[in-house]
Design a protein. Structure first.
Length: 581
């Protein structure tokens, strides 16, 4: 029931009261939707409970339409509560589909379409992609899908989708359900989708100048048709897209295949020199099996570990550089295999002894994870800050919080060797505290395609711009050194590119993974998906690092011996460099 206080909260309010009213009304509306969701998503809910919930949602729509509630707006003027009607309708569509009420399902979809195209709709301009998003959400509902094929329902959803000017790019000519098998026609269509999306959108063809993409497509057509299993089909897709040699352009297996065919024991391994070594002290569960930091994995299932990685995974990974290929083969994929198949590892321990350990992939032994960031003062008084990801704002917030202590230390080492990427803005925020004027960080461009230009034999010029980092309100002016390595990737490299352009200090370590950009993702038949890199990036001065890696000023890597002695040569050199007068 709608409580009485909601009706009164919008009367005679100050701006502060108005914000409070919005917060309270929003909390109420969200609570009601969450309650409805629990019922509609409960397989045990009775028909009576579902029907009552749908009546409650209709009342909630009336609540959102009330003038006092509709007038509650955010600081940018968005009638947030009123626009929630669209999402409530989506819930109701799924609910009536669960009741097998096709007529009401269609009527509500028509009602949603009318709402989204009304003059006061927020879904307009560059937000018109939301039409496709709503259409896909409806069709992906399990109960709605049971009505298909149905000409009338499909026509209503198609009409909704057509309001998106780019809707044609959001559709695929096959089923994307995680099915047990894939038809021949869908296999061909999946390969064709990768070929087509890359042909029009891939930003880095210049890095593979001798590749004949069309010939590769012709080569793999008969292979995907003849594939003996879904897993073999996906392996062919991975091989095919791997010809583009780009780490932001790859194929992901369906969840069912990953869980069955590529399960990885969580041992932290990496290639060092010509060995595969455990670089981090593993979890207690693996320690009980005898594994420790510095142990060398000599053989896997009786095959030399380096050779095993190359033979098993080299043709299935997408990589931009040799160092990134090594990271993928020998860290991420090396120990992957069928869930019901244990992996036998011949291990050379730090004391020189050698034994064979069988690890059950199905045991799901816990691994160790790196924190998003780590701040400490080293024994010599140098401030050390590691940020291992750009996937959330936590590292930037931690760096800002640590600034007073960094100021006291007077010198700083930033460790990006484990940074696997995410949002480039995270690294830019950190850099903003190290500069006193704006820095042009990277240049970017993306393909443009104008059909008439092609007919006129005119080239379509690329579209692009420059990313800039502005100085922050608080700044550290002392000496800085940054560490990097082959695991530094994507947004982590964007930070390094900007750091290099700032000329703020030296970069120490090894060349980075050499891949960044904006992936364009799309679904594949049978439940997997693929992505194609759609944006070319360079440093602001034109220096290419995609396909090469960001190059350090001082090249240095660790050794097996150093790992066994718990030493870090790269960090030790950074301490020497940052303390130079």
């Amino acid at each position: 029931m709608i409580t009485a206080f909601i009706a009164a909260i919008a009367i005679g309010m100050s701006p502060q009261d108005s914000q409070s009213a919005l917060d309270k009304a929003w909390a109420y509306e969200q609570a009601q939707r969450n309650l409805a969701g629990k019922v509609l998503n409960d397989d045990e809910a009775t028909e009576a409970e579902v029907r009552q919930t749908l009546k409650d949602l209709e009342k909630l729509i009336l609540y959102c339409q009330r003038p006092d509630i509709k007038d509650l707006k955010t600081s940018d003027g968005t009638a947030m509560l009123y626009y929630q009607i669209n999402d409530i309708l989506v819930q109701m569509i799924g609910g009536y589909a669960r009741l097998k009420d096709l007529d009401t399902t269609i009527k509500l979809t028509e009602r949603l379409s009318q709402n989204l195209t009304a003059p006061d709709s927020w879904v307009k301009g560059d937000k018109r992609w939301m039409f496709t998003n709503y259409a896909d959400t409806i069709l992906n509902d399990e109960d709605v899908a049971k009505f298909l094929p149905n000409v009338k329902l499909e026509a209503v959803v198609a009409n909704l989708r057509r309001n998106d000017p780019d809707y044609i790019f959001s559709t695929v000519p096959y089923s994307v359900a995680d099915s047990a098998d894939i038809s021949t026609s869908d296999r061909i269509a999946g390969l064709s989708m990768i070929w087509s999306e890359a042909k029009y959108n891939f930003a880095n063809f210049r890095l593979v100048p001798i590749l004949d993409w069309d010939a590769a497509y012709q080569k793999y057509l008969p292979l995907v048709i003849a594939a003996n299993s879904k897993y073999e089909y996906y392996n062919y897709l991975r091989e095919f897209i791997g010809y583009l040699k780009d780490s932001h352009t790859d194929v992901a297996l369906p969840a069912s295949l990953s869980a069955k065919m590529e399960v990885r024991p969580s041992l932290p391994v990496v290639r060092v020199e010509n060995s595969v070594v455990i670089w981090l002290e593993p979890s207690e569960a693996f320690q009980k099996l005898g594994f420790h930091r510095g142990d060398v994995i000599r053989k896997i299932d009786g095959v030399d570990a380096i050779e095993y990685g190359r033979k098993t995974w080299a043709h299935r990974i997408s990589s931009s550089t040799p160092q990134d290929a090594d990271m993928r083969m020998y860290s991420y994929m090396l120990l992957c295999g069928p869930v019901d198949s244990p992996v036998k590892l011949e291990v050379e321990h730090t004391d020189g002894s050698v034994n064979t350990v069988s690890v059950d992939r199905n045991a799901k032994l816990p691994g160790v994870s790196l924190p998003t960031s780590d701040f400490k003062i080293l024994p010599d008084g140098t401030a050390y800050f590691a940020f291992n990801t750009c996937r959330n704002d936590a590292p930037a917030e931690a760096f800002t919080k640590a600034l007073p202590e960094i100021q006291k230390a007077g010198r700083l080492i930033i460790d990006c060797r484990m940074n696997d990427g995410g949002n480039g803005g995270v690294g830019y925020t950190i850099l903003s505290h190290l500069i006193d004027k704006s820095v042009d960080a990277t240049k970017w461009e993306t393909n443009t395609y104008r059909p008439s230009f092609r007919a006129w034999h005119r080239a379509s010029d690329p579209y692009g711009g420059t990313s800039t980092v502005a100085p922050g309100k608080t700044r550290f002016d002392g000496p800085v050194v940054v560490l990097c390595g082959p695991r530094t990737f994507s947004a982590g490299e964007d930070f390094l590119a900007a750091y290099k352009m700032s000329k703020r200090g030296k970069l120490i370590g090894m060349p980075t993974g050499g891949s960044t950009g904006q992936p364009l993702s799309f679904k594949l038949p049978g439940g997997g998906w693929a992505r194609v890199c759609s944006k070319r990036d360079r440093m602001a001065d034109g220096t290419e690092f995609v396909g090469k890696g960001v190059q350090p000023d001082v090249k240095l890597w660790t050794t097996v011996e150093a790992l066994r002695k718990n030493q870090d040569p790269v960090l030790e050199e950074a301490v020497r460099q940052v303390n130079k007068k």
